[in-house]
Design a protein around this ligand. Structure first.
Ligand code: FAD
Length: 600
């Protein structure tokens, strides 16, 4: 009947049933028909860089959620729809007689654009839209408002802003639903006849067109026409390319969280700078980040479970670690980056037009600046000495093919610095590395070695990380490259000493760079210093010689020599960073946007 409430619940950043304010709002409408969907957004499928490990994690989250729905109601599941939301949602509204569309608010730049288009279409179609925040501790827009409308660029700004929202505490988690209403009956859910309806109203439609439409609507429902969760094969990924041991899904997330929470000493004394980047199986931090990314874990539940442990201990007069190094502090960093991104918008994830990022004349610039470079072919070499307003970029110009080679070697874990290579290989195969490991490789690529743009590094992380989150990735890359959030560029990570401090035996290296597994710990961080006889004994030659590299099967393994002299590069970077800071250009500077920084 026309008074029925038919809710389309659109899952995006919230692949969970627990603590979901949006899902709670959807069920509070008391729908007689309830259809939870996930739309196969081509933006994610084709534009974003998503490696096999993240795909698998996503599908595990979807399968788990689908099963949880079925447990609550045997007729229910997650209805996976294979088409862009902008085009498929209007079809679904019409076909399924939707009265309400409900989803979790998303402040990512692309999401805002997509959602406002969807909301407009919904309003036109007479579908009521309900949204709720649930992805972060605080609504990023609210944090920005309480920060005077400005991007949150430091933890103290976040702390001051959150004090003005409900006394600085996020809302408590809401109840997990114990039941969900039915969807339509199977034949009413089926989309196969969408085309026939169209055909009926259009007698001119020819047979070929009709067949095409048929295929298209069948595709929306998936190969089995059952709206099932896709398999890796369906989206063209070879399952054997997935190597990450990390499991997706709300059930796994809640289990992992509860195991940590049970260890009160760990939770309450957690201090990020004291956790080892070299630890694996188990890692030294929670590894809950991919669950927060896909919303298979509620960040508010994480925060409050931790907070409750700390409160109990406080009453028992036991020691807790303080912010921002403790666990609540870690979650606030996440909120800081989300709010900064919400304020800056799309430019937050790049240099071009970004008001908070310092412009640095990296060897390899972002794509925009590169194309500007091509446009401005004539460029001056060198600059007048003593002119403080000039970036001495051309003085140092490096053959960009050399920098490109460094970039490729960094990306594939073949820099010749075992600590860096081990971390990059861990990233590629498993999709997650410790925060200080990310520090090491990000500093090395940018201001502490290669002097290559942070945007190039962020792209690599975007592809490989299972926890890739645009706000956190771009924000941390800016932090590490000292282009925003952090400015102490003279504090640089050594690719040798830093790892050695945590892991003198080099266990992380032995694990991820197995060709060096037999090296004595004396040489494991600097294998090029090992005597040739020892290299032979330990079964691996450290060489850049092509003949050695080509030794092939059966011969000794090879590992490259360092791709540059680190001390030399550190000094180069320091000089360059100082000069760039003196000039003080930002990503939204006219000189940068017009490519004039080269012509200065
Ligand atoms: P824990 O130490 O257990 O912390 C708990 C949670 O707090 C994390 O799950 C995460 O949600 C949040 N958190 C902790 N540190 C940070 C931080 N510095 N910034 C934002 N949130 C934080 N994190 C992402 O979630 N996605 C990314 O794409 C991402 N890219 C990064 C890129 C670089 C160059 C660097 C240096 C850091 C990046 N981080 C990113 C932040 C951080 O490294 C990870 O959140 C953290 O290592 C995840 O592991 P964990 O869950 O064990 O963290």
């Amino acid at each position: 009947s026309s008074s029925q409430i038919v809710v389309l619940y659109w899952h995006r950043t919230d692949l969970r049933l627990h603590d979901s304010p949006a899902l709670e709002a959807a069920l509070a409408l008391k729908p007689s028909v309830f259809i939870p969907v996930w739309t196969w957004d081509p933006h994610y499928v084709y534009r974003a860089r998503v490696g096999p490990n993240r795909w698998k994690f996503l599908m595990e989250c979807q399968s788990d959620l689908s099963k949880s729905y079925t447990k609550l109601n045997a007729k229910q599941k997650l209805w996976v729809v294979r088409e862009a939301p902008q085009t498929v949602l209007p079809k679904l509204w019409e076909k399924w007689g939707i009265t309400h569309l409900v989803f979790e608010k998303d402040t990512d730049a692309y999401a805002r654009e997509r959602d406002s288009a969807v909301i407009q279409m919904a309003e036109k179609a007479g579908v009521e839209v309900v949204t709720r925040m649930g992805r972060t501790l605080f609504d990023p827009d609210e944090l920005v408002r309480k920060n005077g409308g400005k991007p949150t660029m430091s933890m103290s700004q976040v702390e001051r802003a959150m004090e003005k929202i409900d006394g600085g505490k996020p809302a408590r988690p809401v109840e997990t639903p114990q039941s969900v209403p039915d969807p339509w009956k199977d034949d009413q859910m089926n989309l196969s006849d969408l085309d026939h309806e169209m055909a009926d109203s259009n007698p001119d439609l020819n047979a070929e067109h009709r067949a095409n439409e048929d295929r298209q609507y069948d595709e929306i429902m998936g190969p089995n026409k059952d709206f099932g969760v896709p398999t890796l094969e369906e989206i063209g990924i070879d399952p054997s390319s997935v190597q990450a041991p990390h499991r997706g899904g709300e059930s796994a997330a809640l289990k992992e969280l509860s195991q940590f929470i049970a260890d009160e000493e760990y939770i309450a004394t957690f201090e990020k700078p004291k956790t080892s980047p070299a630890a694996f199986e188990p890692q030294s931090t929670t590894l809950l980040s991919p669950h927060l990314h896909f919303g298979s874990l509620s960040v508010r539940k994480f925060w409050w479970d931790v907070q409750d442990v700390m409160e109990r201990r406080k009453k028992a007069k036991k020691q807790n670690a303080g912010p921002p190094a403790n666990l609540p502090g870690q979650l606030l960093f996440r909120d800081m980056y989300f709010a900064a991104q919400a304020a800056v918008g799309a430019p937050f994830a790049r240099v071009e037009g970004n008001s908070v990022v310092r412009f640095i004349d990296w060897h390899l610039q972002s794509k925009l600046v590169q194309s500007e470079e091509k446009k401005n072919k004539k460029h001056r070499k060198g600059t007048e000495k003593g002119d403080e307003n000039i970036l001495p970029a051309r003085d140092y110009e490096l053959d960009s093919s050399e920098a490109e080679e460094w970039f490729q070697r960094w990306k594939t874990g073949r820099t010749g610095f075992p600590w860096i290579d081990a971390l990059m290989r861990q990233l590629i195969t498993e999709g997650w590395i410790h925060h200080l490991g990310r520090h090491s490789v990000a500093c090395f690529l940018t201001r502490g070695g290669c002097y290559i743009s942070w945007e190039r590094g962020a792209e690599v992380f975007e592809e490989y990380l299972i926890d890739h989150e645009t706000a956190c990735n771009a924000g941390n890359w800016m932090w590490l490259s000292c282009t925003a959030f952090f400015a102490q560029f003279y504090r640089c990570y050594s690719p040798i000493a830093f790892g050695k401090k945590w892991d003198p035996n080099g266990d992380l290296i032995r694990r991820y760079v197995p060709e060096l597994a037999k090296f004595d710990k004396k040489y494991i961080y600097e294998p090029w210093k090992a005597p040739i006889a020892d290299q032979k004994k330990w079964g691996c030659r450290v060489t850049n010689d092509d003949k050695d590299t080509a030794s092939g099967k059966g011969g000794p393994q090879v590992y490259p020599k360092p791709m540059f002299d680190f001390d030399e590069r550190r000094q180069f970077c320091l000089d360059k960073m100082k000069a760039a800071y003196d000039v003080g250009l930002y990503g939204n500077d006219k000189k940068v946007l017009n490519g004039e920084w080269k012509e200065l």
